[in-house]
Ligand binder design. Structure first.
Ligand SMILES: Nc1ncnc2c1ncn2[C@@H]1O[C@H](COP(=O)(O)OP(=O)(O)O)[C@@H](O)[C@H]1O
Ligand SMILES: [Mg+2]
Length: 381
């Protein structure tokens, strides 16, 4: 048995496009049988960014100098390490018990098939924890002609498939994406793509129209509003929504400018602030429903849809998604596996495990890469 095949403790670190904070998941990864994996979540937390930290991230993403990028790389490394130490402290597990840390870092620039840059210096994490670090998951897939995203589909296939039929896994993060995985054991290709915004546009509308709030807690604002139909249609006319997979996107496309256009169109029609937020919810949900309708072939029609990510905590968004994607049963990831907010961080720990074992981490059908690749970069302890 190689080192990678023993049950192993690991921490997965993720800072998503919503810029809410650093998520850290302590997991145990095991291989009960060859090619079959088990991922258990032992502890999870998110260390929220302070307002100045979030502003610094946003400003560096939109126009940081080389010096600002370099300093952010080092400081993010420290923030990621801090989140790893916090989740270990919560679980009462010493860093020395870890097999490795896997860090996605924070995406600073994502340009499909050209470059996908994540910051959060792995050397700082290795230095603070004394543990080897797997990082930089996306660049190898990009170098192989792919988008470098989405990467979660490999884990969706290996960890969360049903035995008896296809399943959709829907993540409602800053960007929304889904994977449809074939039944467990099948090596048919997955269908996976970014559908467009997840909570990114909703959050931006809330921040702009309700100063002091960062997101629509429990969907309370959207629930009191009504979506403006023609603004929904105008927003869905963006060419991204018509593009077939492989496709991936980010803040570069659905950031402040896209949200502000939606806000302006709503204002011109005399819509209230709550109507505007409800419109952002409708755009998000309709984009998901449209992508499902257009891009999932009949033989992969899922039996259920398992939602996760912070947007799954927004009942207004969840209800709208259920209306936009009819047919399969909608379920919460939490009810089937573990805390859905931890899914991405836990999945990157799993992808780190695949890296260390020398196994494929991408799904070429999802990323468009020329073939399967072992992902990531390893920084020794
Ligand atoms: N109770 C809640 N009510 C509504 N929205 C929520 C709630 N909790 C989290 N969210 C949403 O989830 C987002 C964070 O989701 P997350 O999955 O971490 O995204 P990312 O991976 O892009 O960082 C927040 O910005 C917010 O929009
Ligand atoms: Mg997050």
């Amino acid at each position: 048995m190689t080192e990678a095949e023993r049950a192993m403790l690991a921490v997965g670190l993720m800072s998503g496009t919503s810029l809410d904070g650093v998520s850290a998941a302590l997991v145990r990864i095991a291989e009960p049988a060859a090619g079959s994996y088990a991922l258990d979540l032992l502890a999870f937390l998110t260390v929220p960014y302070s307002d100045p930290e979030r502003d610094r991230l946003g400003n560096t993403i939109t126009g940081g100098s080389a010096r600002e990028l370099a300093l952010l790389d080092a400081d993010l490394g420290a923030w990621l390490a801090g989140a790893a130490l916090a989740v270990l402290a919560r679980a009462g597990v010493p860093a020395s018990a870890l097999g490795f840390v896997a860090s996605h870092g924070q995406t600073i620039w994502h340009e499909p098939q050209r470059a996908s840059l994540q910051l959060g210096d792995a050397a700082v994490i290795a230095e603070r924890l004394g543990v080897r670090v797997v990082s930089d998951f996306r660049s190898r897939d990009v170098a192989a002609g792919g988008h470098g995203a989405p990467l979660v589909p490999r884990a969706d296939r290996l960890l969360f498939a049903r035995p008896d039929g296809p399943r959709a896994l829907l993540n409602l993060g800053g960007i929304a994406n889904f994977t449809v995985v074939p039944p467990r054991g099948s090596d048919a290709p997955v269908v996976a793509l970014d559908t467009g915004p997840g909570v990114m546009v909703i959050d931006e509308c809330v921040r702009r129209l309700f100063p002091g709030r960062r997101f629509d807690e429990d969907g309370a604002i959207a629930r009191t509003g009504h979506a403006v139909g023609d603004v929904v249609e105008a927003s869905l006319a963006h060419p991204f929504f018509a593009a077939p997979p492989p496709r991936s996107t980010g803040r570069e496309v659905f950031g402040v400018a896209y949200a502000h256009r939606l806000i302006t169109l709503c204002k011109e029609r005399g819509a209230s602030a709550a109507d505007t937020v409800a419109t952002a919810v409708a755009v998000t949900a309709r984009a998901i429903g449209q992508a499902a309708e257009r891009f999932i072939p009949a033989q992969l029609c899922p039996l259920d849809i398992v939602r996760s990510g912070g947007g799954a905590r927004n009942p207004a968004l969840v209800r709208c998604v259920e209306e936009a994607w009819r047919g399969p049963e909608h379920r919460a990831f939490d009810d089937l596996f573990f805390d859905g907010d931890a899914k991405e961080a836990a999945v990157f720990a799993f992808l780190g495990y695949l890296t260390l074992a020398g196994r494929t981490g991408n799904e070429p059908a999802a990323t468009g890469a020329r073939g399967p690749r072992v992902l990531g970069r390893i920084t020794p302890a």
